[in-house]
Design a protein around this ligand. Structure first.
Ligand code: SF4
Length: 351
């Protein structure tokens, strides 16, 4: 399913992708990093990850061209096997890997994979955000680490089919422009944690077939369906939107609008959702804070009532209903205006 087309058809086009300028700049930087048979890239891998190995003189860059994604993944697997057996520095430029996600194959294309002389494999991610004085934006590095961890898992599937199985290194190389120049610099990033988390998440994913079985007979996601029919089909699949979706999924704007309309607290962030326990909607939270619902023994409810009472006291407005167990100031007047000191569902808290 092409989610970009689906998002367009739903009237919530994806904001995915870079501006044309950023795209061209990123491509130019990647081409520079991989120029001369990947000489600079291999030098960086040697320097940062494998300084004891013989320095790369002239790396091998095999042709990975083949028909269709299955052909390309098979060609990549063959090139990896041959390079490991040869024991020479080898650069695989945009290899194609397959990984089973929820029972269906997903095709992944890392920027590069380097085969070391000892036969081990390293994932290389090339990004266009700058590395200033040796460090880059932590959020962007984290996103690159999560992305690379998925490639590591896919490479491990390839390695497991070989005998002997080559080592897939859990430290990847992140290559970025140095300071504000166009010169490449690199940093080794340990992705063991991200790999474990992703692996657990993949194991827990419900299979696509199982989700399909729960859908109404004849449910179809063809983008050329009438908008109302398409919206109903998409909404028949349960989704739990979180602000993180904005950087990961083409349907994020659609799901955000739906989540806000439902007043779901996940729209305000997963950490807040976790703190609110069983209170899943903003209405539930406000009602618990006012003292009109919720178990006063529940620590979350008690904390909300305390916060609402303190806020009301500070503003001189009516607080939560008397006897609601807020453990703080209460007032005689009805509590309709009492609101906890939390973000409102206007999206202000969402990026
Ligand atoms: S909930 Fe998030 S990940 Fe799931 S479809 Fe919606 S935007 Fe995509």
């Amino acid at each position: 399913m092409n989610k970009t087309l689906l998002a367009d058809a739903l009237g919530s086009p994806s904001a995915f992708g870079q501006s044309q300028f950023a795209f061209m700049r990123g491509n130019a930087f990647e081409a520079r990093v991989k120029a001369d048979g990947g000489a600079e890239l291999l030098r960086l891998v040697h320097e940062k990850l494998d300084p004891r190995a013989e320095p790369p003189a002239a790396g091998v860059v095999p042709d990975l061209g083949a028909a269709g994604p299955e052909g390309r993944t098979a060609r990549t697997a063959l090139a990896l096997r041959e390079a490991s057996a040869a024991g020479t520095w080898t650069l695989l430029d945009h290899p194609l890997l397959a990984l089973e996600v929820a029972g269906s194959p997903a095709f992944l294309e890392p920027d590069a994979v380097v085969v070391h002389p000892d036969g081990s494999w390293t994932v290389v991610e090339i990004k266009s955000f700058p590395m200033l004085d040796g460090s880059a934006d932590a959020a962007k590095v984290g996103a690159a680490a999560r992305q690379s961890a998925v490639y590591v898992l896919a490479l491990e599937r390839v390695a497991a089919r070989l005998d002997p199985a080559p080592e897939v290194r859990h430290t990847v190389l992140l290559v970025c422009p140095k300071d504000f120049s166009n010169l490449p610099t690199a940093s080794a990033v340990d992705v063991r944690k991200q790999r474990s988390v992703t692996s657990r998440q993949l194991d827990r994913l419900v299979r696509v077939e199982d989700i399909a079985e729960t859908l109404p007979e004849g449910t179809c996601f063809a983008p050329d369906l009438p908008p109302a029919e398409l919206t109903a089909a998409v909404e028949s699949v349960p989704a739990t939107y979180a602000p993180e979706c904005l950087s990961a999924c083409e349907l994020a704007f659609h799901c955000r609008a739906r989540s806000r309309a439902q007043g779901a607290v996940t729209a305000l962030g997963r950490s807040l959702r976790a703190e609110l326990g069983s209170l899943a909607s903003v209405d539930d939270v406000l009602s618990a804070a006012r003292g009109t619902s919720g178990d006063p023994e529940d620590p979350t409810v008690a904390a909300l009532r305390r916060a609402a009472a303190l806020r009301a006291e500070a503003l001189g407005t009516p607080g939560p209903a008397r006897g609601a167990g807020n453990g703080a100031t209460s007032h005689d007047a009805p509590a309709d205006d009492a609101r906890p000191a939390m973000a409102q569902p206007t999206g202000a808290a969402c990026p």
